[in-house]
Design a protein around this ligand. Structure first.
Ligand SMILES: [Mn+2]
Length: 369
């Protein structure tokens, strides 16, 4: 009866990363393919029988070159368990018109089972006492999920029954316009399969790293894919000992880390906050930092040195410092304005009210441009 499953989804091979410089773009693109290799190694080490990709292995249905497809097929062929089951998601949906799957499935070995239709897929021929019930995608968008046919099925409770689905999980991933095969946890739980292996939502579910007898799983993407991704990439290892004895552990699978941070600076010492934060992030990090606050002129200029050091430490840094201001003091006023002039008089007058002084200085500087 026992089956050990490695569950991933949303690898999005072919994602372009066009907002990054070429060298960074290539690293991020390659990382998505490499994540397959890494996950297969983990699944082998864990002794998994079944490797499930619950949709969006590919980012799109066109433009995935043959070489990339071949490398993905090769990585999957290294899985030492019995079967690799692949569900089409809403990015790599399946129709007769889509050549991607025809092409890719001609490259994979006989362990790969493509879950392209609404029907039960028995795993007996792979030596596993289990059946998969898929709810994949045949289009990019749909206001209806594909669970309907499974509800009508006579599910044999003597086998391990595995639901594999792709769509927005209500309350967990946003789907405001109801266009991503929306489904609720309650709806999934009401169907008498033993586990649901989901994809689409890019964060991991449930929250705990280890759970017992849990039914609905979503791994989230295995490789972080942008500044809005705050996790390190995950997959689930789900051990179905018996139908009522299921243990699952979340596994970290990602290579790159994205950090989107804001720092408030009031003095030159505050740059330490940045150095401190990034201490643990070395070469596998991409970051955006937004600097806010007000600094004396020398401290303000020092930001360039701090940024330079950080740029050398991590892979790529985006700096947003338009909200970081230079503090206005009497020296600066004297240096910039003619003595006795109206602006000089006004700024001196406002000297004790830092906020008003800053504002007046900005307005005057704007007018002078
Ligand atoms: Mn998706």
């Amino acid at each position: 009866m026992a089956i050990k499953i490695f569950h991933t989804a949303d690898i999005h091979i072919g994602m372009r990363f066009n907002s990054y410089p070429d060298a960074v773009k290539e690293l991020l693109k390659d990382a998505r393919v490499e994540s397959i290799e890494r996950m297969v190694k983990i699944a082998n080490r864990e002794g998994c029988d079944l490797f499930v990709i619950a949709g969006d292995l590919f980012d799109k249905t066109t433009g995935i070159d043959k070489k990339t497809q071949t490398v993905v097929a090769k990585h999957l062929s290294r899985f030492e368990g019995s079967c690799v089951a692949i569900l089409p998601g809403n990015h790599d949906y399946h129709t007769e018109m889509v050549d991607l799957w025809k092409s890719f499935l001609s490259l994979v070995d006989e362990k790969v089972l493509f879950l392209g239709d609404e029907k039960p897929y028995s795993l007996q021929e792979f030596g596993l006492n289990a059946t998969i019930y898929p709810a994949g995608c045949h289009s990019k968008h749909s206001d209806q999920n594909n669970l309907g046919w499974i509800r009508e099925e006579d599910i044999d409770s003597g086998l391990v029954n595995i639901g594999v689905g792709h769509g927005a999980l209500a309350g967990i991933s946003p789907d405001l316009d109801n266009q991503y095969f929306n489904m609720s946890i309650e709806e999934l739980e009401s169907i008498p399969v033993d586990v649901w292996l989901m994809g689409h939502t890019h964060i991991s579910y449930p929250e705990n790293d280890k759970v017992n007898n849990w039914k609905v799983y979503n791994p989230g993407t295995p490789e972080p894919d942008g500044l809005d991704c705050s996790h390190n990439g995950n997959g689930w290892v789900i051990n179905v000992h018996e139908k009522d004895d299921i243990q699952a552990s979340r596994i970290t699978t990602g290579k790159y880390k994205f950090k989107d941070e804001e720092f408030y600076l009031e003095s030159i010492e505050d740059y330490r906050k940045i150095e401190e934060f990034f201490k643990e992030y070395k070469d596998n990090t991409i970051a955006r930092i937004r600097l806010k606050g007000t600094l004396d002129e020398d401290a303000y200029k020092h930001r360039l040195q701090v940024i330079k050091n950080l740029e050398e430490q991590i892979i790529y840094l985006v700096l947003e410092d338009s909200d970081l201001k230079i503090r206005i003091n009497s020296d600066k006023i004297k240096k910039e304005f003619t003595q006795g002039s109206f602006p000089e008089q006004m700024l001196i007058y406002l000297q004790d009210d830092e906020e008003a002084l800053q504002l007046a200085y900005e307005i005057i500087s704007e007018v002078r441009k």
